[in-house]
Design a protein around this ligand. Structure first.
Ligand code: 3MF
Ligand code: MG
Length: 349
């Protein structure tokens, strides 16, 4: 087993410290300043932050190139001052009126042009804050009813958009973050298998990979550890959004390991066994504080997720793999099952 003894680097995005609003009720916490969020990151031992383009430059659509550059430089300086790096920038392609019916696969060419121009701005911001990764969460690239779009055309439109970005910036890397549904009913690129398949029909597959979010795999009815293993086999697991999810509900973004510890253990194990992080990959979180959480402590979900990862890493590293191999050789999976459960609980098998 090739074990990576290096240090894991952790990141989260500013949206992970939020105001607790949901579709049925308003915000319950006041917004926090970016500076405060960076202090939380530093105090909790995170190494970097993830960004949406407009987390860096607010009201991006209304800003000139000079304004975008100036604001990005200010955020870069703030990051430097806090000893933090920028992991990636993601274009927010689901908020503007132009993206109501999708971004790159929008049936209206004017709207598609908007999405492409917006993503170019996002790439400029990434360069300005020192991130070489662009994450595409393809939020509205899909349908509410099957008949509304031609699936094949939609996929090829997304491919064409990605090709445009690969050509726009010869250094940029595109990480597709698949999700099967929400906000749309049915996504065109619902799983990591789809994302990797798509990468191979772009002009430069070596620069197109994936980001796997635990909850997104679970929403697709899949096991996140297996999804990660699949992407690792293709050398295309370039980031993760660790979190947890209670079954097929709305996207909950629960703290990592808080719902299904064994499922979380297997994610950490898959990463550890593949020496994840050796090529600079980050352990990203995408977690939300519960709506009930009060302002002053609405950062504990981040602390807990990171700590649970480290605790599970210890469980991975102390697993008796000889014993495991013995059970496997005997095909005694019942014994193996009990051993894993006992190991996780810290009791005798
Ligand atoms: C939605 C998500 C997104 C992405 C983010 C960065 C708002 O389910 O997970 O969070 O992670 O846009 O790619
Ligand atoms: Mg995510």
């Amino acid at each position: 087993m090739a074990e990576y003894k290096g240090r894991y680097r952790f990141s989260f995005g500013p949206w992970n410290i939020d105001q607790g609003g949901d579709p049925f009720g308003p915000a319950v916490r006041k917004p926090e300043l970016l500076k405060k969020k960076m202090q939380v990151a530093r105090d909790l031992g995170f190494d970097g932050m993830q960004w949406h383009d407009d987390d860096v430059v607010e009201d991006l659509d209304k800003k000139t190139a000079a304004e975008i550059s100036k604001t990005s430089k200010r955020v870069k300086k703030m990051l430097d001052d806090h000893g933090l790096e920028a992991e990636f920038v993601a274009p927010r392609l689901w908020f503007a009126p132009e993206t109501v019916d999708g971004a790159y696969s929008n049936p209206d060419p004017k709207c598609r042009r908007y999405a492409i121009e917006r993503t170019k701005k996002c790439i400029d911001i990434a360069n300005a804050i020192g991130a070489r990764n662009i994450v595409l969460w393809l939020a509205r690239e899909g349908t509410y009813i099957r008949e509304s779009k031609v699936g094949r055309e939609g996929v090829l439109m997304i491919r064409d958009a990605i090709n445009t970005f690969l050509e726009y910036d010869p250094q940029v890397r595109i990480l597709i973050e698949p999700k099967p549904n929400e906000p749309v009913d049915s996504a065109l690129i619902p799983t990591i298998g789809h994302a990797i398949g798509l990468s191979y029909i772009t002009v430069d597959p070596r620069r197109v990979g994936g980001l796997i979010e635990s909850a997104h795999s679970i929403l697709a009815g899949l096991d996140p550890a297996d999804d990660m293993a699949y992407a690792l086999a293709h050398k295309k697991l370039w980031s993760v959004h660790l979190n947890d999810q209670g079954g097929l509900k709305f996207d909950e973004d629960k703290s990592f390991g808080s719902y299904n510890l064994r499922r979380a253990f297997n994610q950490v194990r898959v990463l550890e066994e593949a020496s994840y992080g050796r090529n600079g990959e980050w352990v990203g979180l995408d977690v939300k504080a519960m709506r009930t959480q009060k302002q002053a402590v609405a950062w504990k979900h981040l602390r807990n997720s990171k700590q649970t990862f480290m605790d599970l890493l210890e469980k991975v590293r102390t697993l008796d793999t000889k014993l495991e191999a013995q059970f496997k050789a005997q095909r005694d999976y019942e014994e193996l099952d009990r051993y894993i459960v006992a190991h996780l609980m810290g009791v005798k098998a």
